[in-house]
Design a protein around this ligand. Structure first.
Ligand SMILES: [Mn+2]
Length: 210
């Protein structure tokens, strides 16, 4: 959803990227901005080029770390969805996540880089992530989780930061998506904040039609 809160329609290839700067590290906002700019700027058209763009984002963040000591340790998680003419491609690093509403149930399409299984208990978030873009002092190669699926019919896809999934249970998220589709993004952010999310919360809801 664009910053003005309005939903809008685009032709394929369409790309949605959510990056969530690491808490407890400096310059998380800068790391997430570099990630989004790099991935969008790469104009990926398929799974291979999207994975490459995610790796380039990691390299760009590490480059910014080496140029400014104040940035040492900055990093971000990222989740991206690319809809092409015929395929739905999902990429993620860390615990920003991608979900699909299937028969009113939430199905996770991304794979968390988290040692603990994600808990649905509010207020008990698995804060630790095992892979991030940047997040250290030097370059550590990342292996983005990728999923590619044939695109057919109409699909409702959620891309979000852990601020949503750690504080709103899947049932409530699914209900909101089923009722309002892409218009549910603002309501989902409000649910997370009302549930006490201390984090910034980022939510994008897209309906993909073949
Ligand atoms: Mn977060």
């Amino acid at each position: 959803m664009p910053a003005d809160g309005a939903s809008h329609c685009v032709e394929a290839p369409a790309l949605v990227v959510v990056a969530d700067g690491l808490g407890g590290h400096p310059s998380g906002d800068e790391a997430s901005r570099i990630a989004v700019d790099t991935i969008v700027g790469a104009r990926p058209t398929d799974a291979e080029s999207l994975a490459k763009a995610v790796r380039q984002a990691n390299e760009a963040i590490v480059r910014a770390i080496t140029l400014d000591a104040g940035n040492v340790g900055m990093g971000t998680t990222v989740a991206a969805v690319l809809a092409t003419d015929h395929a739905l491609v999902v990429a993620n690093v860390g615990d920003s996540s991608v979900w699909e509403l299937v028969d009113d149930q939430l199905v996770q399409l991304s794979t968390d880089d988290s040692p603990a299984a994600r808990t649905s208990l509010p207020g008990v978030p698995p804060y630790v992530v095992t892979q991030t873009l940047g997040g250290g002092r030097s370059l550590v190669d990342v292996e983005p989780h990728m999923l590619e699926d044939v695109l057919e019919g109409e699909r409702t896809i959620l891309v979000c930061s852990d601020g949503l999934t750690n504080f709103v249970d899947r049932r409530a998220i699914a209900t909101s998506l089923a009722e309002a589709g892409p218009a549910s993004a603002e309501a989902l952010v409000r649910l997370a904040l009302d549930a006490g999310a201390p984090d910034n919360v980022t939510v994008a809801v897209v309906r993909v039609t073949r």
